[in-house]
Design a protein around this ligand. Structure first.
Ligand code: FA5
Ligand code: MG
Length: 460
């Protein structure tokens, strides 16, 4: 086990991810703790809450092709360039992204597959299309869903984990199709799936949902699109998403009424939805969908009208599209009443035995094992940068999943020397057993040791 922190250490070495070996370089920062997560495949266990939610979403889009086995290893081009991220976009930074090497990384979002799947559809690339689970890819990947694990260097707490899961949707239309769909009289066809009318019927059922969207200046309609086209595609997207959320919440409600839903406090009126203006390099206009849950607006999704340049690059200049990227954990936590994002990774039977395929039920919390906190105070290095995510990875690499959270609790700059001191509190806790103070002391010693070696800090 080692943390790849210094570029000299890892030159000419190899990193194995998902069965393939990659040459490392000065960009490599994928730790073995993260490497070990890449094959976990939580989405392939039908009794896992994330996989249950995934299947429920797939069912809401029966005419879409869907994918859930694409490798997390993608190129920098796929993850960033193909989506129009500028060369200096902060998302590309080593402090935010797990690189395998300069040109290869662990996808930070499922949008990394947008262009690749559109191109595969256009070129009838069998090897990729065959990976669609329901065989709906032919003739072109004009509408598809991708569920997958994504990786981001981030803080550690009950709602952040460096691996989480997203569901991407891409839905494209020819201009002719838009005209036809717009002219279809409402309620005319009960057999339509995923068209405008089907969703407008559903929309009346969710009329209580609020819509606060204003298309602001930084979020314009693209010059290639008419106002009418954008209005249609945006409406289709929002209604599809409202319908999906509504259907899934209805299932949760039904389960609750049937007596299978007790602990979690879901009720129809508790789930208003709103759309907030947002910015993404690959959609314009863009929005974030938020759900009101337990007194707070919770961001669950980013979405928007696809940049025409991406469709042009896919060889589909005659089509328009919408796309969304949902965070599965946040919706799953809400539906199943799961209080901590780390529980999704638990192998404790008290967690895993509570769920079964196709069923939404309330998680019954089991008693937590006692935790053990340790503080560490240090002076920042006088040369070079200190980035918090480096500390997060270092702690995770040393303590594994025993680390529950890491928080900055104090910071000050010495008036005379100008040196800055930080104090972090590390909370250690096991999901399945009691930890001893002696054992945690040993780990804390290793953490302190590595902080000096890897981060160049001076312990106090
Ligand atoms: C994206 O990842 C865009 N790719 C979404 C998108 C797709 C926009 C298609 C437009 C078109 P963002 O970084 O906001 O955007 O993440 C999307 C969702 O993932 C969030 O709304 C949230 O639900 C979830 N998410 C983001 N970060 C985390 C995290 N650290 N832990 C759990 N869920 C997260
Ligand atoms: Mg966001």
């Amino acid at each position: 086990k080692r943390t790849y922190s210094s570029s000299s250490e890892i030159k000419n070495s190899e990193l194995k991810v998902m069965g393939s070996s990659y040459q490392t370089d000065g960009w490599t920062n994928t730790t073995s703790a993260i490497q070990n997560k890449t094959g976990c495949n939580l989405l392939h266990n039908p009794s896992h809450p994330l996989a249950i939610l995934k299947e429920l979403i797939f069912k809401e889009f029966p005419s879409f092709a869907y994918y859930d086995s694409l490798s997390p290893v993608v190129s920098t081009y796929q993850n960033f360039d193909s989506l129009g991220f500028s060369k200096d976009h902060p998302g590309r930074s080593k402090t935010d992204t797990y690189y395998i090497n300069e040109n290869t990384l662990l996808r930070t979002h499922t949008s990394a597959h947008q262009l690749q799947l559109l191109v595969a559809g256009k070129q009838s690339d069998r090897s990729l299309l065959a990976q669609a689970k329901n065989g709906k890819a032919a003739p072109g990947n004009e509408r598809f869903l991708v569920a997958a694990d994504v990786y981001r260097r981030d803080e550690i707490d009950s709602s952040h984990y460096p691996v989480f899961h997203q569901m991407e949707a891409v839905c494209t239309f020819s201009r002719k199709e838009i005209q036809q769909l717009k002219q279809q009289p409402a309620h005319s066809n009960t057999n339509t799936q995923n068209n405008f009318e089907a969703h407008s019927i559903a929309y009346s059922q969710v009329a209580k949902l609020t819509d606060t969207t204003v298309i602001g200046n930084g979020n314009p309609k693209q010059p290639e699109h008419t106002t009418d086209e954008v209005a249609f595609v945006a409406e289709h997207m929002k209604q599809s998403m409202n319908q999906m959320v509504f259907q899934i919440l209805s299932k949760a409600m039904a389960a609750k009424k049937a007596g299978g839903y007790q602990a979690s406090d879901v009720s129809e009126s508790e789930f208003p939805v709103r759309w907030i203006d947002a910015y993404f390099p690959f959609t314009s206009p863009s929005w974030e969908m938020e759900v009101f849950y337990q007194g707070e607006w919770l961001e669950i999704c980013g979405c928007g009208i696809m940049k025409q340049e991406l469709l042009d690059n896919a060889g589909m200049p005659d089509r328009l599209g919408w796309a969304f990227g949902f965070g599965l954990e946040r919706l799953a936590m809400l539906l199943f009443g799961i209080p901590d994002i780390r529980l999704f990774w638990s192998t404790d039977p008290r967690f895993t035995s509570q769920f079964s395929p196709g069923r939404i039920n309330a998680f019954k919390p089991f008693s937590r094992h006692p935790s053990c906190t340790k503080d560490v105070s240090f002076w920042l290095p006088s040369i070079g940068n200190f980035h918090e995510n480096d500390l997060m990875d270092l702690v995770r690499e040393t303590a594994g999943d025993l680390v529950e959270d890491v928080k900055l609790i104090d910071s000050f700059t010495h008036p005379k020397t100008g040196k800055t001191s930080h104090c972090y509190r590390i909370n250690y806790c096991s999901m399945d057993r009691n930890v001893t103070n002696d054992e945690i002391n040993l780990i804390q010693e290793q953490v302190r040791d590595q902080m000096v070696k890897q981060l160049g800090v001076t312990l106090r």
